[in-house]
Design a protein around this ligand. Structure first.
Ligand code: GDG
Length: 504
């Protein structure tokens, strides 16, 4: 944390993300003041960036999505947060239903999301979606440029994710028009596809995405592979650029755009702390007794219901395992946490129905009076309960068909404080390129997943422990705070602060 403050000493951080760190919602809850409650969306990014913002007093620009967000912000959408200890500015940008439909559900989640995950069957493109995405990105860019104008010291603009591919160039343009300066960078949380895939976007959108992203001074991906894919796309699809691949550098419109790999992580101490609580130990034991009694293996999995996560593929593998290996029946129970997500989109709703039906079918096929093979938690569960589930697991199966990083794999490792669990991890995740000690699988190859599960279940105690210890030791040295520090250090290297340290 000291390091973070040092990097930001002479600067003001202006952060842009789709989700806001504090959301006000109308609530009937007795504890809600004036019928309005404050919600903090869970998630690693907010938990890492909120304390940093609190200490360095920047501005966070985001979509004001809460049902009571307008009442709790000023005319200009600004308010100080956190409410109990106001220390930085949240600037809310308002979207109407057509914006949400075109920008968020449309271009971001029906075009970019499936393409970046190479799942073409889910890709949909509409001219109106791109137009809205562009217009909404422009509105966010206006807000960011206004906040840069108010910022004391040097401004660093940090844009998050695929919701804002067009925004970096727009921010740059607005700043140039008013003679302002800022270092602009972006973290891309999902994979980046190779050129053959990006070509599937209509030309205007394809160019808008690539040229938008080239508006950054620095672009951060989880892995070298995604960074290289981005460079390949630029080389193939944007004329008049020069690049020094070995230096991860693109020369575009008279400037340098740097590209790099910065694998994201989790707040390891927080997860480990949750899992070590006596309450979590009790709950884990209870889960083990209820579902994994008599030495049965307890498997766990945790995902948003999203077609990138390979949930049907995982269920198919379990079904096949029970079919092929009768000795596994009554000896393996799976706790499947599957949280509803983006249910406004037909493909997500259909997937949810498919998951429910397939769990019911597997249970109908294999259950015995004493045993139910799959226990589904079909809701958003609390962080404490999640930590207890991870702690209870003898194995955790991550079967993503494609995943930028996958934090679940790291959370399982952090929470497996008894060091007896095995991680079975899809090779097609960013995490698989970083974690050593997992059993790697390819979720498209169901036979291979079955083999991986059998290997994990049969793994001798000593080997499980040795692998889990090594993964835990390594994870402790690469937390989300290390991730943040490495990015800010890179920003510092590329643009040393000119201003004197700011009084905070
Ligand atoms: C994107 C990229 C990248 C899920 N259900 C519950 C719950 N969760 C939490 C998990 C984990 C998070 O959601 C999911 O993170 P992932 O990394 O697995 O996946 P995405 O949501 O797709 O995230 C991904 C990430 O961005 C960061 O850059 O790793 O590749 O796709 O933290 O624990 N948490 C709680 N209850 C639930 O029911 N409390």
């Amino acid at each position: 944390p000291q390091d973070l403050e040092r990097y930001l000493a002479g600067r003001t951080l202006i952060l842009l993300s789709n989700r806001e760190p504090y959301e006000h919602v109308r609530s009937e809850d007795a504890s809600a003041e004036d019928g309005i409650a404050l919600r903090r969306p869970p998630g690693g990014l907010v938990s890492a960036l909120d304390p940093t913002m609190q200490r360095t007093r920047g501005t966070w620009v985001a979509w004001g999505s809460g049902s009571a967000d307008r009442e709790t912000a000023g005319e200009d959408g600004r308010l100080m947060v956190p409410p109990e200890c106001p220390s930085y500015t949240l600037r809310r940008v308002w979207l109407d239903d057509a914006d949400v439909e075109g920008y968020y559900l449309g271009f971001a989640n029906s075009a970019l999301w499936p393409l970046c995950h190479l799942l073409l069957q889910h890709y949909e493109t509409r001219a109106e979606h791109w137009a809205r995405y562009h217009a909404v990105n422009a509105r966010f860019a206006d807000a960011v440029a206004e906040e840069v104008a108010r910022a004391p010291g040097d401004a660093v603009v940090w844009i998050q994710d695929y919701h804002f591919a067009a925004a970096p160039a727009m921010v740059r343009e607005r700043l140039a028009a008013t003679g302002q300066k800022a270092f602009i960078h972006q973290f891309w949380h999902i994979p980046f596809p190779p050129p053959d895939i990006l070509r599937l976007l209509p030309t205007e959108a394809q160019q808008g995405v690539l040229r938008g992203m080239l508006g950054n001074d620095l672009l951060e991906f989880h892995t070298e592979r995604y960074a290289m894919n981005f460079m390949d796309c630029v080389a193939a699809l944007v004329p008049d650029v020069q690049m020094r691949r070995e230096h991860r550098r693109i020369h575009f419109e008279g400037r340098e755009v740097h590209v790099g790999a910065f694998p994201i992580s989790i707040d390891v101490a927080r997860y480990e702390g949750l899992a070590r609580r006596a309450e979590a130990a009790r709950r884990a034991e209870q889960l083990r007794v209820r579902y994994g009694a008599n030495g049965a293996t307890l498997g766990v999995s945790v995902d948003r219901i999203d077609y990138t996560k390979g949930i049907p593929e995982r269920l198919r593998a379990l079904d096949q395992l029970f079919e092929e290996a009768p000795e596994m029946r009554e000896c393996l129970t799976f706790l499947v946490v599957a949280t509803p997500s983006r249910s406004e989109l037909a493909s997500y709703k259909a997937l949810e129905d498919e998951v429910l039906a397939s769990v019911a079918a597997i249970n109908a096929r294999w259950s015995t009076p004493e045993w139910t093979p799959i226990v589904l938690f079909h809701e958003n569960i609390g962080a404490e309960e999640l930590a207890a589930i991870y702690r209870a697991g003898d194995l955790c199966l991550v079967s993503s068909l494609q995943d930028g990083m996958n934090l679940v794999a790291k959370e399982f490792v952090a929470c497996n404080v008894d060091e007896q669990g095995v991680l079975v991890l899809s090779r097609l995740t960013g995490a698989a390129e970083e974690i050593e000690g997992a059993v790697l699988i390819n979720p498209f190859n169901v036979d291979g997943v079955v083999a991986g599960l059998r290997e994990a279940i049969a793994m001798p105690q000593a080997q499980r422990r040795a692998r889990m210890r090594a993964m835990r030791a390594r994870l402790r040295r690469a937390t989300i705070f290390d991730w943040l520090a490495s990015i800010l250090a890179r920003v510092d290297e590329l643009a040393p602060p000119a201003a004197e340290p700011l009084p905070r």
